[in-house]
Design a protein around this ligand. Structure first.
Ligand SMILES: NC(=O)c1ccc[n+]([C@@H]2O[C@H](COP(=O)([O-])OP(=O)(O)OC[C@H]3O[C@@H](n4cnc5c(N)ncnc54)[C@H](OP(=O)(O)O)[C@@H]3O)[C@@H](O)[C@H]2O)c1
Length: 307
């Protein structure tokens, strides 16, 4: 039976990392340390040990990981490719469980993997996943778990990703009725704690969680309820995910790999037909996710954004 007691979190100053570190600290079950890039100005809870590292230096990362049972990577987009060094270092340091910076759409879906693999920046998630699986195959003591939570519910609304709450012209993808799994940052962080508590049941596989299943039209209806005056003048823009994929493919082919072009693919993967954004088999119960968020919870997220 595997037991995890000591945990290192990389990229811990981001939205996901902060939620993960807080949840691990609150669980009271693990010794947690964080790794930050040399020069990072991030602040962490006083109980947390901080090591400053250079993510390109395998030897120093190995030293920083040594003594940890698990490494959780929560690095942001620009740190994704550098995770290959972190995987090498984790294996060298004898880390038992590695959670790469996933926390989004389901890369186990071959269609999603194929699109992601061809994208600059995001393609690193596929490279890192392949490396992890190769390392796990040749080092049985090194294991992994991928956490798939769909889109973030709170972050996705606050950043107008799930639904544009800012411009008055929200894009409604493919009619707006396609269901997708969505999870708050807090529940996602709880799932990470659940993985650390259940290393055997979560060994070498993906875990799937959700707080609830939503549609864009449901979000629109709740936004209208929360802010009837403000939303009265909104003019929804019907948008086809097939056509945004076509224009993004064309932009990429011309060499435009800017973030706005890359982000368009996220709408295809989260809202497009055939990409299984609603998870059918969930690990909620194993990982301690109630999965019972209601309209009232969504309204509570929408209210401060809209009013
Ligand atoms: N499902 C969703 O809706 C959704 C939404 C957002 C993000 N995500 C996913 O969640 C994960 C974390 O995203 P996030 O938004 O929390 O990340 P973030 O805030 O962009 O970055 C997290 C941390 O990564 C570190 N970092 C930045 N650049 C780096 C680099 N070049 N090399 C190494 N580390 C670097 C920084 O920490 P230090 O300065 O302390 O080193 C930063 O605070 C990603 O995998 C992302 O794809 C999913």
């Amino acid at each position: 039976m595997t037991v995890i007691k000591t945990v290192a979190v990389t990229g811990a100053s981001g939205a996901v990392g902060t939620a993960v570190v807080n949840a691990i600290v609150e669980s009271g079950k693990f010794n947690v340390s964080v790794l930050a890039r040399t020069g990072s100005k991030a602040a962490f809870p006083s109980s947390v040990k901080i090591a400053y590292v250079d993510y390109s230096d395998v030897a120093s990362l190995t030293e920083a990981f040594r003594g940890n049972d698990a490494v959780i990577s929560t690095v942001g987009l620009m740190g994704l490719q550098g995770q290959t060094t972190a995987v090498e270092a984790a294996v060298a340091a004898g880390v038992k469980r590695f959670l790469p910076s996933e926390f989004g759409y389901d890369l186990e879906d071959p269609k999603i993997e194929a699109i992601t693999a061809n994208l600059p920046i995001f393609g690193a998630k596929v490279n890192v996943k392949k490396l992890i699986e190769e390392k796990a195959a040749s080092n049985p003591d090194f294991t992994y778990t991928y956490v798939y939570n769909g889109t973030f519910l709170d972050w996705g609304l606050e950043h107008s990703f799930l639904f544009d709450l800012q411009s008055g012209k929200p894009r409604i993808f493919d009619g707006g009725d396609r269901p997708f799994s969505t999870t708050t940052l807090k529940s996602t962080a709880q799932a990470v704690v659940g993985v650390l508590e259940h290393p055997d049941e979560t060994k070498n596989r993906a875990v799937y969680i959700q707080d609830l299943v939503l549609t864009q039209n449901k979000i629109f209806a709740l936004a209208k309820k929360v802010a009837p005056e403000k939303t009265k003048s909104w003019e929804p823009v019907p948008t086809s995910t097939t056509s945004i994929k076509g224009s993004s493919d064309a932009a990429l082919a011309k060499g435009d790999d800017s973030l706005p072009v890359l982000f368009e693919y996220l709408y295809v993967l989260f809202f497009g037909e055939g990409y299984d954004a609603e998870y059918k088999e969930l690990d909620n119960e194993l990982l301690g996710i109630a999965g019972d968020k209601s309209d009232a919870d969504i309204e509570a997220i929408l209210a401060p954004i809209l009013n």
